[in-house]
Ligand binder design. Structure first.
Ligand SMILES: Cc1ncc(COP(=O)(O)O)c(C=O)c1O
Length: 439
């Protein structure tokens, strides 16, 4: 699409046109997608990355840049949904992986790497005294929630509408029929009084409160400190275990949002970038809870996992956390994100568009509404067709991000990349402003 394309006054027609241009622009991605459909349901093995009418196929990444199968180049403003914080193939990570491979992998034994990586995590995240590794954030949450139920002897798990804690913990929209079969109470995010009312009849059976300190997948909606403090108090009063899912938010301050807010959960789950870009998850917390997983404790819990201590993740994660994403780097990246978000919001505010960029630090949500957003229901009021249009327009201008309106920054991005995003949003705002007037 030409950046000077005149705005179509009808949103639906503009979207149809953008989709037609998309089909024409990415024939190799379409062919790849059709081929994938022969062996993968809907050509997909990861629901979050599917996009209508068909997803793009990426074939190469370098630093903060990506190339698709049709040869288009993008600035990567998705950073693998927060896991790709180091940029593509960071030399320090690469060296750690090469060194690990030089010594062999798959020993079926304890190795030195997991202990030093675990120590680095315990030193970094204030609530984590002891930690165990898993292969994904989903698995980390499964273990944390299952442990909370076993330790407390209770059944109910409080979660929040819009929360996402993995493939079997999906509380966005109508939820998911393949969620783990736990007994969930679903509260409204940032609603202290409503949450207390919801829990009141179940206080004696509340095993855990599982919460993202900022809703990530549902649009980068931060929790208020008061809300997190109220959950802390509720857990302490009822004897439930408070679990912060910091799979995404751990990148937002050196010690995660728990450190930024000064509110400590009983357990924390981690994932994404903490594994250095390899498959990763972890759950940790108070020693008194985590000791249930001490194999010397004959009454303790089982937690096996062939790849829990896989040497690639253990080595990549260690250098990622200690040599690359240091506390100083974390502060700098999040300051860069705050500045960028301000610039983006200034663009849409100047034109009076019903649009805003939410989030904290290096995570940015895009919403087609100017009204305040503090929970999933607020975000749902945004215009979905305009958000799709924004996606197609920005892709055509070489900006890669998630179609649902999510961006995450990597340390490989620079000021020129940020300028390119701001310019793309300026162009969108200019060419599509008339569509906002039809709302
Ligand atoms: C907050 C949160 N928790 C858990 C998960 C699940 O992690 P994984 O995809 O590694 O299973 C995700 C993934 O996006 C997430 O955003």
């Amino acid at each position: 699409m030409s950046p000077t394309h005149p705005a179509n006054i009808d949103i639906a027609a503009a979207l149809t046109e953008a989709q037609e241009q998309y089909r024409a622009r990415y024939p190799k991605s379409l062919a790849q997608y059709e081929e994938a459909c022969a062996a993968l349901p809907g050509g997909n093995t990861r629901s979050a990355i599917f996009a209508e009418p068909f997803p793009l196929t990426m074939v190469r990444g370098e630093g903060a840049h990506l190339w698709d199968a049709d040869g288009h180049e993008y600035v990567d403003f998705l950073s693998e949904f927060t896991a790709g914080i180091f940029g593509h193939s960071h030399p320090v990570i690469r060296r750690a992986l090469d060194q690990a491979l030089d010594s062999g992998v798959n020993f079926g034994a304890h190795g030195p790497a997991e202990a030093r990586f675990a120590a680095a995590i315990c030193a970094r995240f204030p609530s984590i005294e002891l930690v165990r590794f898993t292969n994904s954030g989903t698995e980390a949450n499964l273990m944390a929630v299952a442990a909370a139920r076993a330790i407390t002897g209770r059944g109910k798990i409080l979660v929040f509408a819009g929360g996402y804690h993995g493939g079997v913990f999906y509380f966005r929209g109508k939820g998911s029929a393949v969620n783990a079969p736990f007994d969930f109470l679903i509260g409204e995010y940032n609603d202290i009084a409503g949450t207390r009312d919801l829990v009141t009849p179940h206080r004696a059976d509340l095993a855990a409160i599982l919460v993202e300190p900022m809703l990530g997948g549902s649009g980068c909606i931060p929790a208020t400190r008061e809300f997190l403090a109220a959950l802390r108090a509720l857990a302490s009063e009822t004897g439930a275990i408070l679990i912060f899912d910091e799979v995404m938010t751990s990148r937002l301050a050196p010690g995660g949002l728990q450190e930024a807010h000064g509110i400590l959960p009983d357990m924390t789950t981690l994932g994404k970038y903490v594994g250095g870009g390899m498959s990763f998850g972890a759950f940790g917390g108070k020693a008194s809870l985590m000791e249930w997983f001490d194999p010397r404790n004959k009454d303790g819990f089982q937690h096996a996992g062939t790849f829990n201590n896989n040497v690639l993740t253990m080595n990549a994660g260690y250098v990622g956390l200690t040599e690359i994403y240091t506390p100083e780097r974390a502060h700098a990246l999040n300051a860069f994100g705050d500045g960028l978000r301000d610039q983006l919001n200034a663009v849409v505010r100047r034109r009076g568009l019903a649009m805003q960029f939410t989030g904290l630090g290096s995570m940015i949500g895009v919403h087609m509404t100017a009204a305040p957003i503090s929970c999933e229901a607020d975000a749902a009021k945004g215009n979905a067709a305009l958000l799709d249009l924004f996606y197609f327009d920005l892709l055509a201008r070489g900006i890669w991000f998630a179609k649902r309106g999510m961006m995450a920054l990597s340390i490989a991005l620079d000021e020129a990349d940020a300028k390119r995003l701001v310019a793309a949003v300026e162009e969108f705002a200019e060419t599509r402003a008339p569509l906002f007037n039809t709302l």
